[in-house]
Design a protein around this ligand. Structure first.
Ligand code: SF4
Length: 257
């Protein structure tokens, strides 16, 4: 199935890159092949966006580093991360000798939000939770992506229904038309874990305490055996997408903006 590009991006992409995206030509390619293609076409205007709270991003960090030691990785410091996530950033800096780029929310936006609604507004309603995610995560990443041509994510199709149609290379219309590359979209969690164990990739130590994915400290808890991996995120919300909005198109309503 062909995926026509928005006219604004068609002008900026090379003919080869545009063809690859429109025709999904990298769908059969391995994660390493896709990353090699991405680095060849976009580095250094390319970065891996990793939460440092999931093994998926750490596997990609290891793969990208092996292909290009100067490959870039970025994490959003929302101001509410658990200590174990900061520890992992330091361990990555030591192990890979990598300068991890850290994004921060706009201080004035956070100050106004907290003054208006208090520091724990996210427990009060889905709207306030999305407001907090937008100010602390979505907006900083959007500003950062406006300076890039492409970024890499650890999205996988089997994570939840919202991600089931994730393409390996696509245009991120919600973020100004930047190219979004999802090399392990067709991987299972088991395959990710096999990779990180085989290569002794450093992981967030909270995984060993029952946290399949680690987000902000007040919005993440451990899950019970057999519970869905996303059950520990925003667990008090009965409805909602369990997404922070980073990976949802605006028109799908996931970002709340
Ligand atoms: Fe705010 Fe929680 Fe979203 Fe973090 S996960 S940005 S604390 S609502």
């Amino acid at each position: 199935m062909a995926h026509p590009l928005p006219a604004s991006r068609e002008k900026e992409l090379s003919a080869e890159v545009a063809r690859v995206i429109e025709r999904d030509e990298l769908e059969p390619a391995s994660a390493e092949e896709i990353l090699t293609w991405a680095i060849k076409n976009f580095h250094p205007r390319l970065a891996l966006s990793a939460s440092f709270g999931a093994p998926d991003g750490m596997a990609l960090l290891h793969m990208m580093h092996a292909i290009e030691p100067a490959s870039r990785v970025v994490v959003i410091d929302t101001g509410r991360l658990p200590q174990q996530t900061y520890d992992l950033i330091d361990r990555v800096r030591d192990r890979f000798d990598k300068k991890v780029e850290v994004l921060f929310p706009d201080a004035a936006d956070v100050g106004e939000m907290v003054r208006e609604h208090g520091p724990n507004l996210f427990y009060e309603s889905i709207e306030k939770r999305r407001q907090c995610c937008r100010i602390r995560k979505v907006d900083p990443l959007r500003r950062y992506l406006s300076e890039l041509d492409a970024y890499v994510t650890g999205l996988r199709r089997d994570q939840n229904a919202n991600r089931s149609s994730t393409r390996k290379v696509e245009i991120d219309r919600a973020n100004g038309g930047v190219v979004k590359i999802n090399p392990i979209a067709d991987w299972s969690h088991e395959r990710v874990m096999a990779y990180v164990h085989e290569h002794d990739v450093p992981l967030n130590r909270l995984h060993a305490q029952g946290y399949p994915s680690v987000g902000c400290a007040p919005c993440t808890r451990a899950v019970k055996p057999g519970e869905d991996a996303r059950a520990g995120r925003w667990w008090w919300e009965e409805d909602g997408t369990k997404e922070c909005g980073l990976h949802l198109q605006i028109e799908e309503g996931g970002s709340g903006i």
